[in-house]
Write a protein that binds this ligand. Structure first.
Ligand SMILES: Cc1cc2nc3c(=O)[nH]c(=O)nc-3n(C[C@H](O)[C@H](O)[C@H](O)COP(=O)(O)O)c2cc1C
Length: 170
């Protein structure tokens, strides 16, 4: 089993594409296994040493369907000692009051399960009003906006992945 399990959800495919880009930036499938949360049992999160959790935000500040179906069970997982890095995909212009909310919702639940959040991300370079994923001047994880800033995605993933490699000792 790979050291890192990446768990994601997607409704129109963008977050799945991002998950593949992150996998490749971190060294491929021998290092990072991709898991669509709609296709796996939730217990699988506890099998990996390190985790990456990714989500788009939908329906104005809501989790997508897959994460929404398991969110009540996340805080009950046994994740003490696990490190989790997060990424969120959203639309800062269309949904400025709820930008990347899903990433913040997931981080709160999984921190309650005892996991350590690693690699936050500066809010510089984004224009939005409010976000559940914001803590002070950082997001709890990598923020991506395929609707308005797709040209920044590659460099953002590259910079964030270097920090994840350090945090996970990859
Ligand atoms: C109806 C609708 C609601 C959305 N709500 C939000 C939102 O509240 N916050 C946000 O950041 N993005 C929101 N988005 C933008 C999506 O998260 C964004 O397009 C994302 O890239 C979709 O990812 P996916 O293809 O992986 O599902 C919304 C998009 C639509 C069409």
């Amino acid at each position: 089993m790979a050291k890192v399990g990446l768990f994601f959800d997607t409704q129109t495919g963008k977050t799945a594409d991002i998950a593949e880009q992150i996998q490749s930036a971190l060294g491929g499938d021998s290092v990072v296994e991709l898991n669509d949360i709609n296709d796996v049992e939730l217990d699988k999160l506890s099998e990996y040493e390190c985790l990456i959790v990714g989500s788009p935000t939908w329906n104005v500040g809501e989790l997508p369907d897959g994460w929404g179906g398991v969110v009540d069970d996340l805080s009950g997982l046994e994740l003490a000692g696990k490190k989790i890095a997060y990424f969120g995909v959203g639309d800062q212009i269309g949904y400025a009051d709820n930008f990347l909310d899903a990433m913040g919702i997931l981080e709160k639940e999984l921190a309650e399960a005892g996991a350590e959040t690693v690699v936050n991300w500066s809010t510089d370079g984004y224009e939005f009003e409010a976000s559940e994923a914001q803590r002070g001047d950082v997001f709890v994880g990598l923020g991506l906006d395929e609707d308005n800033q797709p040209e920044k995605t590659e460099e953002r993933i590259a910079a964030w992945s270097e920090q994840v490699k350090t945090a996970f000792s990859l």
